[in-house]
Design a protein around this ligand. Sequence first.
Ligand SMILES: Nc1nc2c(ncn2[C@@H]2O[C@H](COP(=O)(O)OP(=O)(O)OP(=O)(O)O)[C@@H](O)[C@H]2O)c(=O)[nH]1
Ligand SMILES: [Zn+2]
Length: 322
Amino acid sequence: MAVEGADAVTLADFDPLDEADILVAAARGETLKLANQLAAADPDMPVLIARAPWIDGAVAMAIADPVLDLASPLKGPFAAKPITAPLAAKAALKLARLAGILPAYFVAQDGDSEARVSADEVDAYDDATHLAIATRARLPVSASETAEIVAFRSPDEPREHVALIIGTRDASPPVVRLHSECLTGDVLGSLKCDCGPQLHQALHQIADSTWGVLLYLRQEGRGIGLINKLRAYALQDQGFDTVDANVRLGFAIDARDFSVAARMLDLLGIGSVRLLTNNPNKVAGLEKAGIKVTERLPIILPSNPHNEQYLATKRDRTGHQL
Ligand SMILES: Nc1nc2c(ncn2[C@@H]2O[C@H](COP(=O)(O)OP(=O)(O)OP(=O)(O)O)[C@@H](O)[C@H]2O)c(=O)[nH]1
Ligand SMILES: [Zn+2]
């Protein structure tokens, strides 16, 4: 049972004897000073924290959520236990990322479960090959009155992605922008990142070219979801940068999978692109998934006092060419 989803009633029902251990990401185990214990030494493995009598629902939430570290310094000491089902433990952490919740669970060994899912099924869930074109329509936008929108979805995944095609298609490689969803930047005009201005600049750069495509990918928060991104923002308010905030939460620095974008391009019949990005990982991700990147086009916008540090971190720690 997800720690963040438990309340007193559901937890008592799930774990009447208060003996469920707690599974967290390895990075969280490190913050909790468990990494030097043998059972928690593998940095690729989640960590199983042995349940102690003083670990109630509130303490479990403090274990799960690093944003609470300042307000409720953790008690401890915590003891790590060996993980008997490592594939299932890893799949559980991936499931948390897909669901946009904190990677922390109460673990009961036996008992009834509402649903069963295998590690393979979790892996297959976001497999980009399941994506198909659902529909397409004309969509005049401010950057181009003749744009066309194409929507994509896969049978199990509720988040649909879209492509906006601008200009007149010919045999030349289109200018392509992979834009990852950012509700705060795209919709609310957040100054903490560069997403909103990049989105509009990209649409205009595409409109100025012969033809191009903007892929709007539902990868909010670099793939960790809106609420976890806002938790990362709360950690940034405590002094951590965007990289360390993700790691403290127990996620990869960048959890996106660009094979989704490659699949969308493939379905549109596009095999080579001129990619608008400063992020070498986007180039590598597309190339690895079989799309040829003939050219990388920079997309640079002026910083503001609120995103200066964020952009510097992108340049210094995640290899962005800024
Ligand atoms: N986890 C997390 N995600 C963030 C943060 N700031 C912005 N994002 C997300 O980062 C993504 C924006 O990245 P992009 O602009 O697509 O890509 P990029 O890696 O910066 O590369 P470019 O193509 O050079 O812009 C969006 O999904 C945002 O929601 C943050 O501090 N933490
Ligand atoms: Zn943003």
